[in-house]
Design a binder for this molecule. Structure first.
Ligand code: BGC
Length: 636
């Protein structure tokens, strides 16, 4: 018996049908993933031609890129996680960052140049030679590097309210960043803090959206200023943290170690749009090409997953053409596991994902998602187009030796600028009998005390060398406040220092005792605290000083308003010096009358914790007046 069956017409049709379907599938796959077949790049590809428009260059480069190369551009990897430097080429990585405190083995200018130079050179050797962006938190000068000029933290700059000064500081910072070969800075900070218990209050200029918008735009302009030699080469700014950061509710943090940082922003959409969005719009108008999304949530959704706010509002409505970068581990804090979180964030409009620990998993996940159609190829192309646009615009394709060891790093010029900024940032809260500025017409005996008096680390605050800051004077040849006082007033007055304020009681009292006290450095949620106030040690230093001085001046080194309601009546004068950075002499300039007091509080100074949060219109939670309103400052 023959088991052969006759091949019928229907069978033939089925076979042909299956064949056609397979062919169509193969064609579809080929079209979809045609980028996986690397196209040969000519010797002088058009995208390397600086005379073409940025759009033309982006289009040309994109046409050569494989899917893997595109995904690589979307990865921002912490430098300590890079397993092998060759991975820059293998995975065509788009960007590297030094997270706070992540420095070269030899933490010097030369050490940074070598570290960054190696990464950059390796990227240049990749198939398409796309330069990497190297990013760093230069949030108050290039403060990661010993010897850099450390400017006041943003809250002090807010107190100056001086737009030109802020622009000049950003340009000076850009010059110092550039000296290390770095191309990208995670600043300015456009958060609007409304609760002094938040550990990031000092990173912001103010709680006033208008002032923040104005100073933020000036900072972007200054950082992205083109250089004197006319090269199109600037440090890319990154306004952060989009959006509503600063309006989180105490106790809502998603991080078990924190209270308010990384918490939930509980405001309605109208408030978000009218108050928190404008500083970002203004920064975009000033030329910002990358924006960092926050670690906060709005409603029950983390910012990195907020498609409505990122894609619909910022990109489609506002018209932001640059790229969105996520913050630290922010993407993986979206629920659902790393794969789902990645898909959600990229589909929400995140273009570049910050990857503190692992990039291979990220790359695999994105590839998988594209294959499954869960992330559309158009979304990948859009993200990469935005990233390349920023890279071309910043000039990093066209400048081969970026790290110029110019003499601007820590230069006298920058130190003078910092000193002026510090003097301008001082806010005089109280000045009984006009005790300040100190009368220089006669020689006076002056006692100086306090743990912040002779400590550049403390006066600089966190984000200085280390994430949580450092202690002492070893890392910077700036001036401590004590050194500044000696330099400015030592020729006229007798200056004596004892940290605890313990001076002989058998000699005549000092005419003036100056207590330089305040907060020790802290960063992010580690600075969340229920009662921001002076600690017992500081209070006893002031008491000690009072016993041996006719008058007492308290200089507050602090990242936020402190609760001083119960003590201020015992003090003759109070100066808020914020976190001035490496130019302690600027504080002395104010105290001894070389510069007038012009600073004003960039945010209200509450009388009690019952008053916080304070709304941006100045309304306190319990409707009672703050100790000092926003923009208060005794001026001469
Ligand atoms: C902070 C960002 C910072 C980033 C990179 C995060 O923890 O929230 O402000 O830019 O780290 O260091």
């Amino acid at each position: 018996m023959c088991f052969c069956t006759k091949i019928t017409r229907t069978d033939r049709l089925v076979v042909v049908g299956i064949f056609c379907a397979l062919l169509i599938l193969a064609l579809v796959k080929l079209i979809l993933f045609s980028s996986e077949v690397p196209l040969n790049v000519p010797d002088n590809p058009r995208y390397q031609d600086a005379s073409l428009s940025t759009d033309e260059r982006v289009d040309n480069l994109l046409s050569y890129m494989t899917l893997e190369e595109k995904i690589g551009q979307m990865a921002l990897v912490e430098k300590n996680s890079v397993e092998e430097i060759e991975d820059i080429k293998t995975y065509a990585l788009g960007a590297i960052l030094s997270g706070a405190g992540s420095k070269p083995e030899e933490n010097t200018l030369a050490g940074w140049q070598k570290l960054v130079g190696n990464f950059k050179q390796t990227a240049r050797e990749s198939r398409l030679g796309i330069p990497i962006l190297y990013g760093v938190d230069a949030i108050h000068g290039h403060s990661n590097v010993p010897g850099a000029t450390v400017f006041p933290h943003a809250i002090g700059l807010g107190a100056t309210g001086d737009v030109k000064l802020i622009e000049a500081i950003a340009t000076a910072t850009a010059e110092e960043i550039r000296a290390t070969g770095i191309t990208w800075a995670y600043s300015p900070n456009l958060d609007l803090p409304r609760d002094i218990r938040w550990g990031r209050t000092y990173e912001a200029f103010s709680d006033d959206p208008e002032l923040t918008a104005t100073l933020g735009a000036a900072y972007v302009t200054g950082l992205q200023a083109e250089y004197k030699d006319g090269e199109k080469d600037f440090i890319l700014a990154t306004p952060k943290h989009y959006v509503g950061n600063g309006a989180m509710v105490w106790g809502s943090s998603s991080n078990e170690n924190f209270n308010i940082d990384q918490g939930t922003t509980e405001i309605n959409e109208e408030k978000l749009r009218t108050t928190y969005l404008p500083p970002f719009e203004k920064a975009i108008d000033a030329g910002a090409m990358s924006i960092m999304v926050g670690l906060n949530s709005w409603g029950d959704t983390k910012m990195s997953a907020q498609k409505y706010l990122i894609q619909d509002v910022l990109k489609d409505e506002v018209g932001f053409k640059g790229f969105i970068v996520s913050d630290w581990y922010g993407v993986y804090e979206i629920p659902g596991g790393n794969y789902q979180a990645t898909v959600t964030a990229i589909n929400a409009g995140v273009d570049m994902v910050m990857l503190p620990f692992d990039y291979k998993g990220f790359i695999e996940n994105v590839q998988k998602a594209v294959r499954r159609g869960e992330i559309k190829l158009e979304r990948i192309d859009d993200a990469v187009r935005r990233i390349l646009y920023a890279k071309f615009s910043a000039g990093i394709f066209d400048v081969t030796v970026h790290e110029k060891t110019d003499d601007s790093f820590g230069s006298l010029k920058h130190r003078k600028l910092a000193r002026d900024a510090v003097a301008q940032s001082l806010v005089l809260l109280k000045n009984e009998n006009n005790i300040l500025p100190v009368n220089n017409n006669r020689s006076q005996k002056i006692y100086v005390a306090g743990g912040a008096a002779d400590n550049i680390g403390k006066q600089s605050g966190a984000w200085t060398i280390e994430w949580q800051g450092v202690d002492g004077n070893w890392f910077n040849d700036g001036t401590s406040i004590l050194a500044g006082i000696k330099e400015v007033a030592g020729g006229t007055h007798t200056i004596e220092f004892q940290e605890q304020g313990i001076f002989s009681t058998s000699t005549p009292k000092a005419d003036i005792g100056i207590a330089v006290v305040g907060e020790s450095p802290y960063a992010e949620g580690w600075g969340d605290t229920a009662q921001p106030s002076l600690n017992e040690e500081d209070l006893s230093i002031i008491e000690n000083l009072k016993k041996v001085s006719e008058k007492v001046v308290v200089v507050l080194i602090t990242g936020r308003p402190l609760l001083i309601t119960d003590e201020i009546s015992d003090w003759d004068a109070v100066v808020v010096a914020w976190l001035p950075g490496s130019a302690g002499d600027g504080v002395a300039d104010g105290l001894f009358g070389k510069k007038p007091f012009t600073g004003r509080l960039p945010l209200p100074w509450p009388a009690s914790i019952a008053q916080v949060p304070i709304e941006t219109d100045g309304t306190t939670k319990d409707n009672s007046p703050p100790l000092f309103p926003r923009y208060f400052g005794v001026t001469e």
